[in-house]
Design a protein around this ligand. Sequence first.
Ligand code: NDP
Ligand code: 2IT
Length: 443
Amino acid sequence: MGYVQDVIGKVKEKNPNEPEFHQAVTEVLESLEPVLERHPEYEKAGILERLVEPERQILFRVPWVDDQGKIQVNRGMRIQFNSAIGPYKGGLRFHPTVYSGIIKFLGFEQIFKNSLTGLPIGGAKGGADFDPKSKSDAEVMRFCQSFINELYRHIGADVDVPAGDIGVGGREIGYLYGQYKKITQAFEGVLTGKGLDWGGSLVRTEATGYGLVYFVEEMAKDKDKTIEGSTVVISGSGNVAIYATEKVQHLGGKVVSLSDSNGYIYDKEGIKLDTVKHIKEVARGRIKDYVKDHPEAQYFEDRGIWKIKCDIALPCATQNEIDEEDARALVGNGCFAVGEGANMPSTPAAVRVFQSNKVLFAPGKAANAGGVATSALEMSQNSMRYSWTFEETDAKLKQIMINIYRNASEAAREYGYEDNLVVGANIAGFLKVARSMLAHGVV
Ligand code: NDP
Ligand code: 2IT
């Protein structure tokens, strides 16, 4: 067996029942074959074996008291995957489906994504099997305080800097930060996605969605296409989906659909984003509430969103939300570009359908890197005790997304995989990490 398959086999053996982690590792490692052939020193130094084994995994109990006075216990975790190029960096996910296989897949992806940003950040991810959706603000606060009561000892502005992901937004970051500050007496840039009054960066809220659309615009431009005049389907209605919608609208595209885990809305005249922002950011309601204000739109309680005819699809909800059949439906309806705002939203079979039908395909670790890139800009501003304007930060974000697109395209071309951004992003992200690991010796 070859080196790559050997390492993949061992990952499956050592991490049983973690299919999402196996999926992410298989996709990345198989695409690195040509690099490993050209650089035998990586195999000799055991780079892949070391990459797939997290540097540190922290699992902890998170006890808290609910509004009825009942004691609840969740499982918290932080997986610090790789610190070869900078302090650990990556989000926290609070969702009932969280378990080690999800956090490992996300942490592993984060290594390459963070490297692609060109900024000095290592890869990590964390979270808990806690569902903020059905909880009061007071319950969320008590949960966050208990979570940080353990996590605080493992993080720090130069050690590990968590941020948001599914179920973790401004409210949660506030409670986590407040408790960290109280325990440590340190006002430092230990979390990103902070409020603008207390160390947050302008554009961080918008960054993942905006960055995704900047990336897709650049990719489309190369093929003489534009977002302007395009019909766009976006899944999810959280942070990434909302700001992807906003940027598509800025650029003259029409977003006709958004979703949540219950169903999706279709508004053929174009989504009215103010209504969605109110439902999701203020009322913490469900996407179906949209049709109360806009009876001309329709709500469907199923997962048929990818059957809607569109030019561009931007999955911005969760992993494996587009399967092979969905991909075929998109291709059949003439979709010319897919940009992954979520992490690993397309199954491997779906990706094959897109690529074999010449759909422009932007993989998540490149296309959604604007969020973590702007987090790194937040870290820089915190270190300088200074803040950049919205325009300055947005311009930096846009340039970073263009650079990621160019670097991934160039790496693909250099290794003979013209137009394959999956391979290009993996190679470009990997090389910097591998070179750094080599330089640091066996650690
Ligand atoms: P939010 O919690 O703000 O929103 C998540 C959205 O996705 C909600 O509409 C949610 O619906 C939906 N969703 C979540 N889980 C499922 C599921 N199992 N099935 C169907 N729908 C689901 O999270 P974000 O917008 O921050 O994250 C969305 C995606 O983007 C994730 O994959 C995340 O990892 C990725 N990402 C986020 C970044 C960020 O900066 N926030 C950066 C890069 C990537 P419901 O309310 O019903 O749960
Ligand atoms: O998946 C991701 O890149 C994020 N959730 C953002 C991580 C961050 O540190 O901003």
